[in-house]
Design a protein around this ligand. Structure first.
Ligand code: PNS
Length: 188
């Protein structure tokens, strides 16, 4: 029988419960699912690729057919490299549709053999995005139940480090340089 392998590409900065919901759904319809984190040096991510990978690995450890990887370059090239036949993407609301359709059609133009499969996360996550999670967490709002506990803890750690720097207090540990520069910029 033919086995279907799919990739689920994204930034995952940070991964949310919406991503996890989609991974769970994808793991049920595909034989194999690779969560693929884009290594994109042009973006200014909150979490390093290594941190995001660790978080996703921990979040998906109970799914036997799910693995986590990183890639750069074109998604379609990566998909072919790992022998995937499908690209999984989530659509939360109509507002996602236009961008996702554009990407899916461009990917089809680049690689007609690959199919994009859209799935909807649970309604309770329909307003959830990594960007909003970052913003709410940085401004002190609650992100409970929006991200896994591990991600919440990592976000809190980043924000604590940032506060220590922006308050001008001496900091005991050595802060990750990325957190330092990012939060200084944001003046949190
Ligand atoms: O989580 P995101 O940021 O919405 O994911 C976007 C992603 C990574 C899927 C998209 O930017 C992408 O595929 N980038 C890789 C480069 C590429 O293939 N570009 C052409 C897409 S049509």
């Amino acid at each position: 029988m033919k086995r279907i392998k799919a990739i689920y590409p994204g930034s995952f900065d940070p991964p949310t419960n919406g991503h996890l919901d989609l991974i769970e759904r994808g793991s049920k319809i595909f034989d194999e699912l690779v969560v693929a984190i884009l290594r994109n040096p042009e973006k200014d991510p909150l979490f390093s690729v290594a941190d995001r990978r660790k978080m996703l690995e921990s979040m998906t450890s109970s799914f036997e057919n799910v693995s986590v990887d990183t890639f750069d370059g074109l998604t379609v090239d990566y998909a072919l490299r790992v022998g995937a036949q499908a690209i999984l993407r989530g659509i939360r609301a109509i507002s996602d549709y236009e961008y996702e359709l554009q990407m899916a059609l461009m990917n089809r133009k680049l690689q007609p053999a690959l199919e994009t499969v859209f799935m909807m996360p649970a309604e309770k996550y329909s307003y959830l995005s990594s960007r909003l999670v970052r913003e709410v967490a940085q401004l002190g709002g609650s992100i409970e139940r929006l991200v896994p506990d591990l991600v919440e803890q990592k976000l809190r750690e980043k924000i604590d480090v940032a506060h220590k720097f922006t308050n001008g207090k001496p900091h005991a540990g050595k802060a990750p340089s990325e957190a330092k520069s990012r939060f200084r910029k944001k003046r949190l």
